[in-house]
Write a protein that binds this ligand. Structure first.
Ligand SMILES: NC(=O)c1ccc[n+]([C@@H]2O[C@H](COP(=O)([O-])OP(=O)(O)OC[C@H]3O[C@@H](n4cnc5c(N)ncnc54)[C@H](OP(=O)(O)O)[C@@H]3O)[C@@H](O)[C@H]2O)c1
Length: 244
């Protein structure tokens, strides 16, 4: 296993992600996160910058450049105020999407700058006034159905992104969104970067998937690995059946 040079990074990403298998009406979805050896993506206080090395973060930017869209939850926007653009490698920034049922995205959030389009996936129940304010701040606000917890329904949200022209989507976290997507089986490829850090107590990468027997755990097939500086990147395809 070798660390790829800067020039081969895009090829390395293509090799790790594999060939997208389109599903009608849904984007091809890659869950990508950086975790410690003990499976944490942030400390108990929400600090995650940075778990991975500069080499791995350049790789993350190359994955962003490979995808039409990037999706995070409002928890990540509030914790990290991320930009979600491609800066470390050449390439186009993806359309930025946020799952934000109650329109809590601050109008000053970095993700609303003009570097790339931003879509906020919210619910019919969210404030109309907040919707106007966020549109004025540069976002496109799309209202979709609620799930049974009153949150933005994942499937309708993903379908709205596909209808918006996004054929491929990278999901960068955090825990709640990764868990919801894996649990609903909307993930086509998982890319996990393992940093040589042991954190102990912290925010788990993935929460309850309803697995009670080991044989029900999500298993990855079609594996690829690559070293990025001190970090080891694993990519695999979940063996769960896709939703119809
Ligand atoms: N290491 C890494 O790679 C990495 C990457 C990203 C984030 N992080 C860390 O992850 C942490 C944030 O994770 P988090 O779990 O608190 O927040 P999150 O997953 O980013 O966002 C969760 C929020 O998204 C909203 N949401 C809307 N629809 C949803 C749906 N269908 N399913 C799930 N959520 C939905 C909910 O808020 P509403 O109900 O208000 O809509 C929910 O509370 C931060 O500390 C961040 O630093 C780490």
């Amino acid at each position: 296993m070798t660390s790829p040079s800067r020039t081969s990074l895009a090829d390395e990403v293509t090799g790790l992600l594999g060939r997208p298998a389109p599903r009608p009406g849904l984007p091809w979805t890659v869950a990508k996160y950086a975790q410690t050896l003990d499976g944490r993506i942030a400390t108990v206080s929400g600090d995650s910058q940075w778990i991975s090395s500069p080499e791995e973060r350049r790789f993350t930017h190359a994955v962003r450049a490979h995808c039409d869209g990037i999706l995070v939850g409002i928890g990540t926007v509030l914790a990290d105020d991320p930009h979600l653009t491609v800066r470390e490698v050449p390439g186009r920034s993806p359309v930025r999407a946020i799952l934000d049922s109650a329109l809590r995205t601050p109008v000053t959030a970095r993700v609303l700058d003009t570097a790339a389009p931003t879509v906020i996936l919210t619910t019919e129940n969210a404030s109309v006034r907040r919707g106007h304010a966020l549109r004025e701040a540069g976002a496109q606000v799309i209202r979709v159905a609620c799930d049974r917890d009153g949150r933005t329904d994942l499937e309708t949200g993903l379908r709205a992104l596909r209808a918006h022209g996004l054929e491929s989507l990278m999901v960068e976290g955090g825990t709640a969104v990764l868990t919801a997507l894996l649990r609903s089986r909307f993930v086509d490829r998982v890319v996990v970067s393992l940093a040589p850090i042991i954190m102990g107590k912290g925010l788990e990468a993935v929460g309850d998937l309803g697995v009670r027997r080991l044989s029900d755990a999500l298993r990855l097939t079609d594996l690829s690995t690559v070293r990025m500086g001190p970090d080891l990147v694993w990519a695999g395809t979940p063996d769960h059946p896709r939703p119809a």
